[in-house]
Design a protein around this ligand. Structure first.
Ligand code: DON
Length: 614
């Protein structure tokens, strides 16, 4: 593995020039891993437009405008950026991004790399990277075809509408913690399907980095150590033996070896999805269920199949959005919000009260639809085309008072603010030299999933059942108040907010590959990176570090990142009637953007990760 700035180039100008002229093979930036001697790449993206473009770019893309944020804003410029000429992978784990880059350098395409990355994340980022959960993948292939793969978990056959209510009809926490909280995992089936359809390498080849990392181990870095320290849920279950040896969390610098997980990965590499959904791994999962009162059966596992969906195609100011359709709400809600915002012909200045008012009012309206009208389309009718129609956006735009917030219709909600559930979803973005792009989000849902670890097979299970309306009208873990259409039914997919997205420029070239973790803030955070790039013409580094806001209709409050907005802006918003709620950090995003001469990859500056390219 060649690491950051192998040519020792100090600036982005020099870096890209070196990549182009000297053929320097790899660049990367990674989280401040205290054990890793490699320096984090720190570059000034403002210099990037000076590089001669390799191909004609829309001037709106080539000519980025450096952004300015309040003095109080804590995130420095471009600290998590990497520039590369040919291909790039960005994720919350530098080791997993390296696995993807390994495939890219061997001539694999973005799908080969993404699948390698997905399995590696299950080893190196076990809080969210997974084989016991599910997710969504949006693809834009070099020949212009697009695809959307829904490998969301499904409710087991024995699931019932009221399975999480106690005898008094009160919602319990069993949709969040323990064996009953898991949907039937879709990750292995989804990754294998993507590879079989769009990859060029074998499952065995792309899984080698993951198997190596599990079998030989890797050194726990400060990010993983802090994630382990921060999880209480996993302590109560069998995985505690591995992650809390002698009752103490693994510390930075420890080597983490996962022999059981390595055996499971070997079984998948050898037999494909059958190695997970049948045979000894499936038997172990079902035995685990039976030990803890769970309901997933061998039949549930062998019946699991991903769904191939048609990606949402929407437009925003001449750019094309390829986004995830239901069973995720992500694409519809983003498209609806952006359609409303597009009604203003001129974007307001970034960070201004006018801009935040418009953004919040648009999110608020789109979330009202999201919470009441979206669900698994295989079970309930979903008015997808209506919701993303420009004419519908116009009718919603008409309801926005330019000077006043509109209260969300009052619904009894016990949630007063977004819960501080740690991030346990993860997004990765990959592009290759051939012109393919993959945007993938995967999750266990809550903190280390349900906490349940499959004995003998070495992986955590999701607690995705909480994404159903376990009791329609009652807020879930993310404060989302959802309706009957998302009630539990056997075989149904729970509504998601995951929003893997690809943005094309006016020449239909990939501009941006982006997506996030953070429950409902996934939708609003991903949208804001897109807005920052298109409306405010920010570099990707600035678009990612820019302070974020969130509104999800209920609770009826506008959450904002502390220190990111001028006090006078916040005063104006209050005067307009917004109920403001500060939060330290919102959303965990990993993105790649086309820049002159190649790609800029940026991992979440509020978290940790690695952007690795060649
Ligand atoms: O699918 C969803 O919308 C949720 N299960 C995502 C959860 C999440 O992003 C949690 N952490 N950041």
């Amino acid at each position: 593995m060649i690491r950051a700035l192998p040519c020792g180039v100090p600036s982005v100008r020099g870096l890209v020039a070196a990549l182009l002229l000297v053929g320097c093979s790899t660049s990367s930036s990674s989280s401040s891993n205290t054990l890793n001697a490699d320096a984090t790449v720190s570059i000034s993206p403002a210099a990037a437009p000076d590089i001669a473009p390799a191909n004609a770019l829309d001037p709106r893309i080539a000519d980025r405008i450096p952004a300015s944020f309040p003095e109080s804003w804590r995130l420095p410029s471009a600290q998590t950026s990497t520039f590369a000429e040919h291909g790039m992978a960005v994720s919350n784990s530098a080791l997993a991004s390296d696995a993807a880059n390994e495939m890219l350098k061997r001539g694999g395409n973005a799908v080969d790399a993404a699948v390698a990355l997905g399995f590696a994340l299950a080893v190196t980022w076990p809080e969210a990277g997974n084989i016991g959960g599910g997710g969504y993948m949006v693809l834009r292939l070099a020949d212009g075809r697009t695809a959307a793969l829904d490998y969301r978990e499904v409710a087991p056959r024995a699931a019932t509408r009221d399975m999480y209510l106690d005898e008094h009809g009160v919602l319990t926490d069993r949709s969040i913690v323990g064996h009953l909280a898991s949907g039937v995992p879709g990750a292995v089936s989804g990754l294998a399907r993507a590879l079989a359809q769009h990859g060029t390498m074998s499952l065995r080849e792309v899984m080698q980095p993951a198997i190596r990392l599990a079998r030989d181990g890797f050194v726990v870095d400060s990010a993983l150590a802090s994630s382990i320290r921060g999880t209480e849920r996993a302590r109560g279950f069998e995985g505690a033996r591995l992650f809390f040896p002698n009752g103490q969390p693994l510390t930075t610098g420890t080597r983490l070896v996962q022999p059981d997980l390595a055996r499971t990965l070997e079984a998948i590499a050898a037999q494909g999805p059958a190695g997970f959904y049948t045979g000894w791994v499936a038997d172990s999962l079902v035995a685990e269920m039976q030990r803890g009162g769970g309901i997933i059966t061998l039949e549930d596992l062998s019946n699991y199949a991903p769904r191939e969906r048609r990606p949402i195609h929407s437009t925003y100011r001449g750019f094309t959005l390829l986004a995830m359709p239901p069973s995720s709400s992500g694409g519809v809600t983003m498209a609806e919000s952006l359609n409303i915002l597009e009604r203003w012909t001129q974007p307001a200045a970034a960070g201004s009260a006018t801009s935040l008012h418009r953004v919040a009012a648009s999110f608020q309206r789109a979330f009202i639809d999201r919470n009441s009208k979206l669900a698994d389309p295989d079970f309930v009718p979903v008015p997808l085309e209506e919701l993303i129609a420009k004419s519908y956006a116009q009718s919603l735009w008409n309801t926005i008072d330019p000077a006043r917030a509109t209260p969300t219709a009052r619904v009894d909600s016990t949630m007063q603010a977004l819960p501080r559930e740690p991030m346990h979803t993860t997004h990765y973005s990959v592009v290759d030299r051939y012109g393919n792009a993959v945007s993938n989000t995967t999750t266990l849902n809550g903190s280390w999933g349900s906490g349940v670890w499959v004995r003998g097979a070495g992986f955590f299970l999701n607690n995705e059942m909480d994404d159903f309306a376990a009791q329609p009208g009652t807020p879930n873990m993310f404060g989302l108040v959802q309706g009957e259409q998302n009630a539990i039914q056997p075989g149904k997919r729970m509504l998601s907010a995951m929003s893997p997205t690809i943005v094309l420029d006016s020449a239909q070239q990939v501009l941006l590959v982006v997506g996030a973790a953070g429950g409902p803030t996934i939708i609003t955070g991903t949208s804001q990176v897109i807005l920052n790039v298109i409306d405010h013409r920010m570099t990707l580094a600035d678009a990612m570090r820019a302070p974020r806001v969130h509104h999800q209709a209920l609770p009826d409050s506008l959450t904002f990142e502390m220190g990111g907005f001028a006090p006078v802006v916040l005063d104006s918003l209050r005067a307009m009637g917004w109920s403001l709620r500060p939060q330290r950090a919102l959303v965990n995003i990993n993105a790649i953007m086309r820049v002159p001469g190649g790609w800029e990859g940026v991992y979440e500056p509020r978290r940790s990760g690695g952007a690795v390219g060649h």
